[in-house]
Ligand binder design. Structure first.
Ligand SMILES: Cc1cc2nc3c(=O)[nH]c(=O)nc-3n(C[C@H](O)[C@H](O)[C@H](O)COP(=O)(O)O)c2cc1C
Length: 205
């Protein structure tokens, strides 16, 4: 069994990216430790029409047909600092914050760890493990650009939710899968979510 991947949903637009990421990780038999910020619940309600109770999370609301995969999914409350991901001694394959709000980016860049998500981000940086920040904002303020630079210098991967349009599937699910595919690439997880450049798409195949 491989070490788990920590995933956090924060209050950026685009929780559909995070939902698809966890679904694909579970389908690829990857254990996931999930946590969700209160602001994320507001965006999730607005964009995905799903109401979440952070104290008793029910994964069926997100992935109604995936119950068979839930044994690999472990949910933790965002204020619970007693969880494994809060400690560097707990080994992981990395952490993905998807979507990553500007507020959580700032916390990660500046080492402010006031909740479990921010603490887990700090742990991944201090342990020199992969920390992938899937930011979604446009246009970008100077403080956000500076926080992205700081986080990058500290070792994080800045992976904006910025789908490309060249891979042949411009449906919403295709554009989501493009971003999820790039996250999986960063985690060194093999997948066949999208065709790669050099596999025929450059010729229109
Ligand atoms: C519908 C909605 C969409 C939002 N979209 C974004 C966004 O795309 N990027 C962002 O940085 N913040 C966005 N926000 C604001 C964040 O949710 C807010 O800054 C929050 O404090 C982030 O907290 P968190 O990092 O603890 O989740 C949005 C808020 C709402 C209600």
């Amino acid at each position: 069994m491989s070490h788990p991947i920590v995933v956090a949903f924060t209050g950026g637009s685009g929780p559909g990216y995070g939902r698809r990421l966890v679904e694909v990780l579970l389908e690829l038999q990857q254990p996931v430790h999930l946590t969700i910020s209160p602001a994320a619940t507001k965006v999730i309600e607005h964009e995905l029409d799903i109401s979440i109770d952070l104290k008793s999370f029910t994964p069926e609301l997100f992935w109604p047909d995936k119950q068979a995969l839930f044994s690999n999914l472990h949910y933790y409350h965002y204020q619970d600092f007693m969880t494994p991901m809060a400690s560097g001694s707990f080994l992981t394959r990395g952490m993905v914050i998807c979507p990553c709000s500007g507020a959580t980016l700032s916390a990660a860049a500046n080492g402010n760890s006031r909740n479990l998500i921010e603490r887990a981000a700090e742990v991944h940086l201090k342990e020199s493990r992969k920390l992938i920040l899937v930011q979604r904002e446009t246009p970008l303020s100077l403080p956000t650009i500076e926080n992205m630079r700081k986080a990058k210098l500290a070792g994080a991967v800045i992976l904006p939710a910025m789908p490309a349009w060249y891979h042949g599937d411009q449906s919403v699910t295709g554009l989501i899968d493009f971003v999820v595919a790039r996250i999986l690439d960063q985690l060194n997880i093999e997948h066949h979510l999208i065709k790669r450049w050099g596999e025929g798409i450059e010729n229109g195949d």
